[in-house]
Ligand binder design. Structure first.
Ligand code: HEC
Ligand code: HEC
Length: 388
């Protein structure tokens, strides 16, 4: 038995930047199922599309591609029809955004400031003066940097509110985008933003001419990567997995089945059991999705249910076990409420409805994603000392 001296990396031979979206997805899926060592059946391989690389995976399904393929381009391709007014946007903002980004988008706590630093003159020139050398704005805001209004719409649709991404309707996204634009004096207070007039709004974006491509993240043959040509269709993709995770290291980073994000369809496999066993029982994603439920959790070294649930519900985005992040450490909360009559009910309500003023000026938004059963289990774990 030889000890591995270093971890082999997943090396996939491919022609750099020569993949389309579908090929990339197929590749990711390919890698994922290599990890699960589910051998590719010949049938799968023959179903592969022309652009799918030669990997033991399967082509992405149309539904999987559609779930990813939502971006709104700078030319507004991908923008759904619809509209929303500044006034409606204020309601969305006050209810779902202001707790983190401030009433006027100033985000004076820890979050990214969205509005500020732009002038009527910038709207004329299309280049934010405060970004130029000698500019006095201490903190760059979203409206200062943003060249394309489509990006604002697209980002909010996909990523916000932070605690419940993708929960806004298209009308709400139009409305809250209009509200932000109004805060920046780009559109008037009685404006209704829609797919029909968004191109005109683009002509008023303060930094629309501020985007440059003379430099990039990387140099590709002396050219910045932003001017490199990317293949988007029928790309050559000769992918081959040259090495896989060695059996001895399978569970080195903890059980992958318990580490998947709670969005998306590709879940990690159960690495707590040997490869053969997990391949034989090759569980479908839906079965693994419930891996954090106590019944499916592997017996021995499983983390306490509370630990699993705070990860599953993304509480750990704001809370450390023993360190302050945005919110207080769970051990500090445990210490504060230890031996307090009625604490459990009070805390459960705070988690459901949000909390403010108990620990400082930053509020906790309502944790709508967690079920009552989950919240109860978390609070039991918490009042028991938040043990890891
Ligand atoms: C729980 C806190 C929270 C809430 C609520 C929230 N956001 Fe955010 N928002 C963030 C954080 C954190 C970031 C930065 C995320 C990152 O960089 O990955 C962010 C980033 C943004 C950005 C991009 C800023 C930039 O320049 O990169 C926009 C725009 C935005 N949020 C809009 C909204 C809107 C609109 C809502 C309401 C529908 C909302 N946010 C609700 C926390 C929040
Ligand atoms: C967006 C950041 C954020 C997220 C996500 C978050 N919290 Fe909080 N949490 C906070 C902040 C900030 C406070 C302090 C609020 C205050 O001062 O009242 C807090 C406070 C608490 C408190 C103490 C309440 C009190 O009255 O003392 C508990 C318990 C708690 N959070 C549990 C959770 C749980 C469980 C989750 C996941 C389901 C979660 N939090 C998700 C930011 C967050």
């Amino acid at each position: 038995m030889s000890k591995p001296t270093s971890l082999p990396r997943h090396h996939v031979a491919r022609k750099a930047s020569k993949r389309g979206c579908a090929a990339l997805l197929a590749m990711v899926l390919g890698l994922a199922s290599t990890l699960s060592s589910v051998a590719a059946s010949a049938a799968d391989a023959s179903k592969a599309t022309r652009s799918a690389p030669n990997l033991p995976g399967r082509p992405a399904t149309p539904a999987e591609i559609a779930a990813w393929d939502t971006e709104v381009r700078a030319d507004f391709k991908g923008l759904p029809k619809g509209s929303g007014s500044v006034a409606d946007g204020q309601l969305v903002w006050d209810g779902k955004c202001a707790s983190c980004h401030g009433s006027f988008g100033e985000s004076n706590e820890v979050f990214t400031p969205i509005v500020g630093g732009t002038t009527p003159d910038d709207i004329k020139t299309g280049h934010v003066a405060a970004l130029k050398p000698g500019g006095q704005q201490p903190h760059r805001t979203t409206l200062m940097k943003l060249a394309t209004v489509s990006t604002l719409w697209d980002y909010i649709k996909r990523a916000m509110p932070w605690t419940a991404p993708k929960s806004l309707t298209d009308s709400e996204v139009y409305a809250v985008t209009a509200y932000i634009l109004n805060l920046g004096d780009i559109v008037p207070a009685d404006f209704t933003l829609s797919d029909k007039n968004i191109a005109e709004v683009q002509q008023r974006m303060p930094n629309r001419n501020g985007m440059v491509n003379q430099h990039g993240m990387w140099d590709i043959k002396g050219k910045p990567d932003v001017v490199s040509k990317a293949c988007m269709q029928d790309c050559e993709a000769d992918g081959q997995v040259r090495s896989t995770f060695p059996d001895a290291m399978r569970n080195a980073f903890g059980n992958l089945a318990q580490q998947h994000r709670n969005v998306g369809q590709t879940h990690g496999i159960d690495t707590s059991v040997p490869r053969a066993a997990s391949a034989a029982g090759a569980a479908p994603a839906s079965a693994l999705a419930s891996a954090s439920a106590p019944a499916a959790a592997p017996k021995a070294a499983a983390a306490p249910a509370g630990m699993q649930l705070i990860k599953k519900n993304n509480c750990t985005a704001c809370h450390g076990i023993s360190n302050t992040v945005v919110g207080p450490a769970f051990t500090a909360i445990a210490a504060k409420y230890r031996n307090q009559a009625g604490a459990a009910d009070a805390i459960m309500n705070k988690i459901r409805q949000g909390s403010t003023g108990a620990w400082g000026a930053i509020p906790m938004p309502p944790q709508a994603g967690a079920s009552d059963t989950e919240i109860k289990a978390i609070v039991t774990w918490l009042l028991d000392g938040a043990k890891q």
